[in-house]
Design a protein around this ligand. Structure first.
Ligand code: SAM
Length: 316
């Protein structure tokens, strides 16, 4: 048996086992980092959680049961992983930094439902991981993705999961406040952009908690927020060609100061009169800016452009 220290106390060793580290506290995290001589790599977005309250809120937001499988991106020293393992059936934790593996072996010892995978989450074979997850999942359980994300890969990690075909249920992620604002933004504001459309196309997004920079070690320069995405059974809109839909969205936000007419003309590949017709058919004023269009309006415009393209005579 291992005794835990009291409020924010250093680890306490007993004669029956190794010292336990009270993770999610500055003292506990500091102690284990010291033991292994660990030095943070800023380039890997290493800001470790040192706050019990935020950890609790993240885990509660994931609505975990023992039938669920969790993917964690970047377990670090295992602070969140411990709590996830206690609430879920199985946790697959993908960590890029090899130096953390021996620390994880210690902090996760005894939690046999955690599998640590050494690798880059953007490169691991997620299809295979999904197959393994289905194997571990209990009847009625689901796949949930929970992470305190390394800030430098936040958008590609979220995009990789959103665009995947497999059936995940919930994603609970801690991200920089500014990224959270973009994920949750509605049309008309400066935060509304490609990320907002991508997130809201596939999921219902909501804010869970604010996390000031003080909940991390070392402290980053900006505050963070926890956001929850609940995957929609079907995308919010169903454009005729989703690939073209997103190309149009990217073009519209790529040149935010331009009118839609100018911003989308290169991706539309229609002559100017035909493009005007597409705007008319979609009931969208071409003088508007992309940041004012709802997901539904983007779908109407993308379908109208494609329909006119099909009807157009082939180039000579
Ligand atoms: N989950 C831990 C916590 O909350 O204290 C650590 C979070 S820290 C913000 C991000 C973690 O992601 C680090 O452990 C870092 O080494 C890891 N990481 C960075 N890039 C990664 C990648 N591409 N794939 C997997 N892990 C990555």
């Amino acid at each position: 048996m291992v005794e835990q220290g009291g409020n924010d106390q250093p680890p306490v060793a007993t004669h029956l086992g190794p010292p336990a580290y009270r993770l999610a506290t500055p003292t506990g995290v500091g102690a284990i980092l010291k033991k292994y001589g660990f030095r943070f790599k800023k380039s890997l977005g290493q800001n470790f959680l040192v706050d019990e309250n935020i950890r609790r809120k993240i885990v509660a937001a994931a609505e975990l049961s023992s039938r669920d499988v969790v993917w964690e991106v970047g377990p670090g020293i295992g602070t969140l992983t411990q709590a996830l393992a206690d609430a879920a059936g199985t946790v697959f934790a993908v960590e890029l930094d090899e130096r953390l593996l021996e620390i994880l072996a210690e902090t996760l010892a005894g939690r046999s439902n955690v599998r640590v995978i050494h690798g880059d989450f953007l490169k691991v074979d997620l299809g295979k991981l999904y197959e393994n997850s289905l194997f571990e999942m209990g009847a009625g359980g689901g796949l949930k993705i929970v992470a305190n994300l390394p800030y430098y890969v936040t958008t590609p990690v979220i995009a990789r999961i959103l665009e995947a075909r497999w059936d995940w249920q919930l994603m609970v992620v801690m991200v920089q406040a500014e990224v959270a604002d973009r994920m949750l933004a509605l049309p008309g504001g400066k935060d509304y952009g490609t990320l907002s459309v991508l997130v809201q196309y596939y999921a219902e997004a909501g804010a869970v908690a604010r996390a000031p920079r003080t909940v991390f070690m070392p402290q980053p320069e900006v505050d963070s927020r926890v956001v929850r995405l609940r995957r929609r059974a079907a995308p919010r809109v169903v454009p005729a060609n989703p690939g073209f839909y997103f190309a149009l969205v990217r073009a519209a936000f790529g040149q935010r100061r331009k009118t839609l007419r100018n911003a989308v003309k290169s991706v539309a590949v229609l002559d100017p009169q035909e493009l005007e017709k597409a705007f008319l058919q979609a009931s969208i004023d071409p003088m508007r800016r992309g940041e004012t269009l709802s997901l539904e309006e983007f779908a109407a415009l993308s379908d109208a452009i494609l329909a006119l393209r099909k009807g157009a005579s082939p180039p000579p």
